[in-house]
Design a protein around this ligand. Structure first.
Ligand code: NAD
Length: 285
């Protein structure tokens, strides 16, 4: 039976360590979170990030902009935040309304404040193996993995999904950890066969319970990044969050598995706090 990789407990531990480090070093890290429009899921994420910042001793500013904000107005705000010495991390909550260009907004950020790790400079540095802001969700996946496998060198890792924010960077990190990495995606034939060879399986697809229990290799470590809200079968009025992996069916085969919710999700926020702390520490502020 798999060990449950408890992201809630680990994220609490990380945030408590950060809080004491911030006090010890006398730092005043500042995080600016920008939300354009009124996407309800994004509003929840932004609130959670602001609350986590407060609990960690990080000053947080939330900038709520109307859905009809122009590209120029958003770029002006980014420019002000780039110059603000109290701000060490800038996060623009995605997705942006369709009229705005997310790549232009990310490129306008000072890479030294890009705590999401999405700026082309940070993406390039990650692929070169140079110091950079490591994107939060992939960083959280690696911390969970290392809880049960401190040295994953030589293991066969399969990443399902090739997005810029999860699949590609998590594959880079697994490669840096000396895994033999395979990336699978919507055009991969025999995904079940690829899964059955994987010692480490990271699922970042966004399709509920897509990875079947009998695809899991015995003793594999399963990191489930997917989060989809579905109707609750027991109560039609309610919804619940499910991952990409059929958790119940995978648990008897895996050595360790992340639950959804309570696995990768809280780790993403903890790693955002960590990156903001590192940014403040780098400037001695
Ligand atoms: P995305 O839609 O950008 O990418 C999904 C990937 O899945 C694509 O690369 C695609 O090739 C692959 N895919 C789609 N159908 C497939 C199939 N049939 N077989 C194999 N691969 C297939 O999504 P994303 O932004 O990478 O997010 C993926 C999931 O992770 C979503 O559920 C998202 O909500 C979740 N997520 C969670 C966190 C967190 O903090 N836990 C953070 C980011 C994303």
């Amino acid at each position: 039976m798999a060990q449950i990789l408890d992201g809630v407990a680990l994220s609490r531990r990380i945030r408590a360590e950060l809080a004491s480090q911030i006090t010890k070093e006398g730092l005043s890290p500042g995080l600016a979170v920008v939300l354009v429009g009124e996407n309800p899921a994004s509003q929840v994420y932004v609130r959670n990030k602001a609350r986590a910042a407060e609990e960690t001793g990080i000053l947080s500013q939330t900038h709520l902009l109307p859905a009809d904000t122009t590209q120029t107005a958003l770029l002006d705000l980014i420019a002000r935040l780039n110059e603000d010495p109290k701000i060490h991390g800038i996060l623009v909550q995605m997705p942006l309304p369709p009229a705005l260009d997310p790549q232009a907004v990310i490129a306008a950020m000072d890479p030294a404040k890009d705590v999401d790790g999405f700026h082309p400079v940070n993406v390039g540095r990650l692929s070169l193996g140079l110091p950079c802001f490591v994107p939060c969700t992939p960083q959280g996946c690696m911390l969970l993995l290392r809880e049960v496998l401190p040295d994953p060198a030589g293991k066969r890792a399969l990443v399902i999904g090739r997005s810029n924010i999860v699949g590609k960077p998590v594959a880079q990190l697994l490669l840096q950890a000396d895994c033999t990495v395979t990336m699978a995606h919507s055009r991969t034939p025999d995904l079940a066969g690829e899964c059955r060879r994987a010692d480490i399986l990271v699922a970042a697809i966004g399709r509920p319970h897509f990875v079947q229990g009998d695809w899991i290799k015995d003793g594999a470590i399963v990191i489930d990044v997917g989060i989809t809200r579905v109707a609750d079968s027991a109560d039609a009025e309610k919804t619940r969050l499910v991952g990409d992996v059929d958790y119940e069916a995978a648990t008897p085969r895996a050595a360790a598995i992340t639950p959804v919710p309570g696995g990768v999700g809280p780790m993403t926020i903890a790693c955002l706090m960590r990156n903001t702390f590192l940014s403040a520490q780098a400037r001695g502020l």
